[in-house]
Design a protein around this ligand. Structure first.
Ligand code: C2O
Ligand code: CU
Length: 483
């Protein structure tokens, strides 16, 4: 069976098992996406009553990455797809027309939305068939930097992704300009498709997290940094030969929203000649903290403020452990630009870690011991490619059960030799007792990460590694509300 059929099969099985829950089963029934409670919780969400209607077409075709023309799949022929920008509490009404030769769906990464709009095929909706369409309609209640992408097979590693910015109408906005910087690792249409990578073990070898040519600095990721070698690394869909230039005036303060839309690459980003003041983790405010560089796992977002000097500066995203970079420019003056081979010293400077990121009071959960603790062991390895959770691969039949109203702790226990960016759908958790609010968090080899949240969004939610190949191999499970 091909990877895609296998995944669809597993998901369909999961849905069947979920739907089959009856009083004869010793455990309580699960709250399915179709449960009236899902609609009730949505009706109680604070909304502006304003609706933003958009139509997206998922399309196969040629696009130009900057001299490199590739056949790939995109939203409306653009990589990244067109940004959606709304105010918190607005209703998104997004009609997705599927012109791909395959099923698809849209997952709204990080948004605490109604379960039946979460876009996970065969779990919260049937896959949207080739030639069919589906309209997503939901309140986006919490401000922040989000993004969206499909949740089928390895489609994420094509060009199907775009930013979703939910603005905070009450935020002072102490900046002059805003840049959305989307990072990606690219291979589709260069002779190999993501499905071929998934199917062929020779395409997936470990990349040790050290950086040749940079004094052998050991990566904070430890061990294997990624499995896949990509020919291109992109900022806003562009290779260095046709790079994106961000312009502003000298002395202006810019809010940069970094989004890692990559599938197998952590990026270490820096703005040459500048320090950054980090203000948000996965959309949630923190006490501002300065850093030279940020290390961003797949699915993670950071907002940072930079006050630009007078000149032309490199924006460099090092593909961690892969000795390659994505490259753009920040320009406040005329003058010659550095070339794409430049490695700003900030890349080897300080990298702010999770312990130094302190959520604001508003972003901090009230202190409370967990009502329930689920330990999810991350298991498997790169040679056998049996990435899983608790030793099971792609098992959606055995959810981590919670009840609405509980304080939940998920402990990710990384028993593997590699890091994993773990993502929980529909919720934002707090790391440890006082750490940042996030929806995707890096779990290092040998590390245990405690993620606390309030179970306030009933339904069935995917919980998985945001390495597209690890998820497809089976490092996924469900967070399942029960009655
Ligand atoms: Cu962006 Cu299920 O993930
Ligand atoms: Cu992983």
């Amino acid at each position: 069976m091909s990877a895609l059929t296998r995944r669809t099969f597993l998901s369909a099985t999961a849905l069947g098992v979920l739907a089959a829950c009856t009083p004869a089963v010793t455990t309580a029934p699960l709250v399915l996406p179709t449960d009236p409670r899902v609609r009730e919780v949505e009706a109680a969400r604070r909304s502006t009553g304003r609706t933003r209607s958009i139509t997206l077409a998922a399309t196969a075709g040629q696009i130009d990455l900057g001299g490199t023309v590739v056949d790939t799949w995109t939203y409306d022929g653009a990589v990244p797809g067109r940004e959606i920008r709304i105010s918190a509490g607005d209703v998104i009404e997004a009609r997705l027309v599927n012109r791909l030769p395959a099923d698809t769906s849209i997952h709204w990464h990080g948004v605490a939305l109604r379960n039946d709009m979460d876009g996970t095929p065969d779990l919260t909706q049937p896959g949207i068939a080739a030639g069919a369409e589906f309209t997503y309609r939901f309140i986006a209640p919490v401000p922040g930097t989000y993004w969206f992408h499909p949740h089928t097979g390895t489609q994420l590693d094509r060009g199907l992704y775009a930013p979703l910015i939910v603005e905070d109408p009450t935020e002072p906005g102490a900046y002059d300009a805003e840049w959305v910087v989307v990072l990606d690792d690219w291979i589709d249409g260069t002779g190999t498709t993501p499905d071929q990578i998934f199917a062929d073990p020779r395409q997936r070898t470990g990349h040790m997290g050290s950086m040749p040519g940079m004094g052998g600095t050991v990566s904070p990721l430890l061990g294997d940094a990624g499995d896949v070698t990509y020919p291109h690394y992109l900022i806003n869909g562009r290779t260095p030969s046709a790079l994106t230039t961000f312009t502003a005036k000298p002395g202006q303060r810019v809010r940069i929203r970094f989004i890692n839309a990559g599938s197998d690459t952590a990026f270490r980003v820096a703005v040459g000649g500048h320090r950054m003041t980090v203000t948000h983790t996965d959309g949630f405010p923190i006490t501002p903290v300065d850093t030279d560089a940020l290390l961003i796992g797949m699915g993670e977002r950071y907002d940072a403020l930079v006050t630009l000097s007078d000149g032309v500066y490199p924006v460099v995203a090092l593909a961690e452990g892969k000795n390659a970079t994505a490259f753009a420019l920040a320009r406040t003056a005329t003058g010659s630009a550095p070339g794409p081979e430049v490695r700003p010293s900030e890349l080897t400077g300080s990298i702010v870690g999770y312990p130094a990121l302190k959520p604001t009071i508003a972003a901090t959960l009230p202190a409370k011991p967990p009502d329930i603790v689920h330990r999810l062991a991350l298991t498997g390895g790169v040679m056998s490619y049996d990435w899983g959770i608790n030793g099971r691969t792609g098992d959606l039949t055995n959810p981590a059960r919670v009840r609405e109203g509980q304080r939940v702790r998920i402990e990710f226990v990384n028993t593997t030799m590699m890091w994993h960016p773990m993502h929980i759908h529909g919720h934002t958790f707090q790391l440890g007792n006082s750490g940042p609010r996030k929806d995707t968090a890096i779990v290092l080899p040998g590390q245990t990460l405690a993620c606390d949240f309030d179970a306030d969004n009933p339904g069935q939610w995917m919980t998985h590694c945001h390495n597209a190949y690890h998820a497809e191999a089976g490092m996924m499970t469900l967070l399942g509300y029960q009655t």
